[in-house]
Design a protein around this ligand. Structure first.
Ligand code: HEM
Ligand code: HEM
Length: 533
């Protein structure tokens, strides 16, 4: 009997690629389930959609700044002089079959990609999934986020319309503010006096090849590491730091993931079909002597715009040279805002002295200091985002633009501090509520009147699962200053760094971060009848 064709093909491939053992080792790999684990998937699928639509766009887009006269089907632009880049983007929008839809899907997918990465990052941050052994994967992810921002920036600069040109001008201003080499850098990048004739072609190869290529490599490494480390999971019955409870990759997880890809694609396609994004025909071609009103970058670049808009226009003139602090300071702060994400896992593990592996996720309330830092960073980011759109806030809410600018200036400093304090208090409150639930059960909402007239609320006992979730987290003890005398009784000098670390560690894990978990005795005393309604 001859084996069926499918089997023979599989055998042929196995003899050359060894797919059987690979599949056997990985097909039944277990994936834990939680809704928040789908955020990384949304990032993955929108990235795939961007690549697919991007390839289609390359077929029709001309990355050239040569001047042409427009004669396409968009009547209001007839005979207008413009760059080939702009003319070809108009063609994509009006004369290429399906062009406008694909262009809009590309742009919407980019916005959603960055948003998905951001919330995915928040999920990883607030649950402590970045801890050992996943710090490197956190760094890979961070690079994906930053490169994604710049790929988006180079992308929306390509059409060479009045809005994108204004964005590029903004970047050129920042480059010019760099002391000593700024002018040179600008001349080099633009191939001459701004806007030069090269920037679109340069951004093009960066946009379609260099950055996506690096991102693809990082992404593969990112997913291999997720596979290799296995996925984290939330605490629950039967879940330990050494196992993974969930569904097998094949067939269940693959079927879910495949379906989810089409859901994401479908939703992005619907949005792109009904909501206009970047209507470049309404803006006109770029001319350095014009600025479009309401000029806004895409949302993920908004915080850098905010940094510039709220900065006082300080300038220093020394020995005939001008240092534009009003632009240079934001240029320095910009990478610092981002780098603070990258280094966080390393700072936390140093401060807390925690060198163990973690595969069980923290509930954010049980790590109040970390949660507070996360919310503080988000506050910082969103305050700057408000600054980047100060004109929109002013026109939509009938506010004075100066009031908004001052609001942003003050809250740039005060916002994160307030957010930190408030978040920590909320976490503590939630911990207290958990303790209360464990000891007294869930409030049922049923009020009973006792024979002697007293009203009490009936509390229901928690399920074993709920009880486990509420009590399973580990309570840390702060790292302390090591022994001050060595084994020979000789006094050791404790360095200032070591003291600082102990102090920080106490701030992190000290008593005002942890409501004591109920002890077995407390629990027994209450469930044995006293005080239990
Ligand atoms: C896990 C994809 C960006 C850090 C994952 C997972 C996927 C994924 C599918 C497993 C499922 C999940 O936990 O959501 C992506 C894609 C990205 C991206 C496609 C962008 C192109 C980022 C960023 C960060 C990050 C920006 C953080 C800065 C992590 C970490 C894990 C992870 C630490 C392991 C989490 C765990 O095991 O619980 N990523 N990610 N990723 N990602 Fe990402
Ligand atoms: C344009 C984002 C990857 C090809 C754009 C635009 C954005 C963008 C926002 C402006 C669209 C518009 O409104 O006109 C991104 C992001 C990417 C990415 C965030 C990856 C993370 C790619 C890839 C390709 C590509 C991989 C090609 C293989 C193009 C082309 C244009 C463009 C040809 C100019 C045409 C146009 O503006 O419609 N990109 N893109 N992109 N992108 Fe991408």
């Amino acid at each position: 009997r001859k084996a069926p064709a499918g089997e023979r093909v599989a055998d042929w491939a196995d003899g050359r690629l060894g797919i059987y053992s690979l599949a056997k080792a990985n097909m039944r790999k277990i994936f834990p389930d939680h809704w928040s684990f789908m955020l990384g998937e949304v990032a993955l699928y929108s990235f795939i959609i961007i690549i697919l639509t991007g390839v289609y766009l390359t077929l029709f887009f001309h990355p050239s700044m040569n001047e042409v006269e427009y004669h396409g089907s968009y009547v209001p632009m007839q005979g207008v002089l413009m760059s080939e880049a702009y003319a070809s983007t108009l063609d994509i929008s009006f004369d290429v079959r399906g062009g406008l839809l694909i262009r809009q899907i590309h742009h919407w997918a980019a916005l959603i990609f960055l948003a998905a990465m951001m919330v995915h990052m928040m999920r990883v941050f607030f649950t402590g999934a970045f801890r050992k052994p996943r710090e490197i994967n956190w760094l890979f992810g961070f690079l994906l986020f930053v490169l994604g921002m710049f790929t988006g920036f180079t992308g929306y600069s390509l059409p060479d319309d009045l809005l994108s040109g204004t964005g590029v001008r903004f970047m050129q201003g920042a480059i010019l503010s760099v002391p000593v080499v700024g002018t040179y850098l600008s001349m080099f990048l633009f191939g001459g006096e701004f806007p030069g004739g090269d920037i679109v072609a340069r951004f093009y190869s960066i946009h379609i090849l260099l950055l996506p290529g690096i991102m693809l490599g990082l992404l593969v490494a990112h997913l291999i590491l997720v596979f290799y480390h296995k996925h984290t999971q939330f605490a629950g019955p039967g879940r330990t730091n050494k196992n993974v409870v969930g569904m097998p990759l094949l067939p269940i997880y693959m079927a879910k993931a495949g379906g989810f890809f089409f859901l994401v694609f479908g939703i992005i396609a619907i949005i792109s079909a009904i909501a206009t994004i970047n209507p470049i025909w309404a803006l006109g071609p770029y001319r350095p002597d014009q600025v479009s009103t309401n000029a806004q970058p895409d949302w993920y670049m908004g915080f850098s715009e905010g940094l510039i808009r709220v900065m006082p226009g300080w300038e220093v003139n020394l020995w005939g040279h001008t240092l534009v602090l009003g632009v240079f300071i934001p240029l320095v702060i910009f990478p610092l805002v981002l780098a603070s994400i990258a280094v966080y896992p390393f700072i936390e593990s140093w401060v807390t002295g925690d060198k163990r592996e973690h595969h069980i996720l923290d509930r954010p309330r049980n790590a109040p200091t970390r949660t507070a830092f996360g919310v503080a960073w988000l506050t910082w980011y969103f305050v700057l985002l408000v600054g980047g759109g100060n004109d929109l806030w002013a026109t939509h809410f009938h506010l004075s633009i100066n009031a908004i600018t001052w609001f942003v200036r003050i809250f740039f400093f005060a916002g994160p501090v307030l957010a930190f304090i408030i978040t920590k208090r909320i976490c503590m409150g939630l911990q207290r509520r958990d303790r209360d639930k464990v000891l007294h059960g869930r409030e049922s909402g049923i009020i009973k009147r006792l024979p002697h007239g007293e009203f009490v609320e009936v509390h229901e006992p928690l399920t074993q699962e709920a009880l486990h979730t509420l009590t399973s987290h580990y309570q840390y003890t702060p790292a302390e200053v090591g022994p001050t005398v060595d084994e020979n009784g000789v006094e050791r000098k404790v360095s200032r760094i070591e003291r600082l670390r102990a102090r920080l560690s106490k701030a992190y894990y000290g008593r005002d971060n942890q409501v004591a978990k109920p002890t077995v005795e407390e629990y027994k005393e209450i469930t044995s009848g006293h005080g239990h309604h």
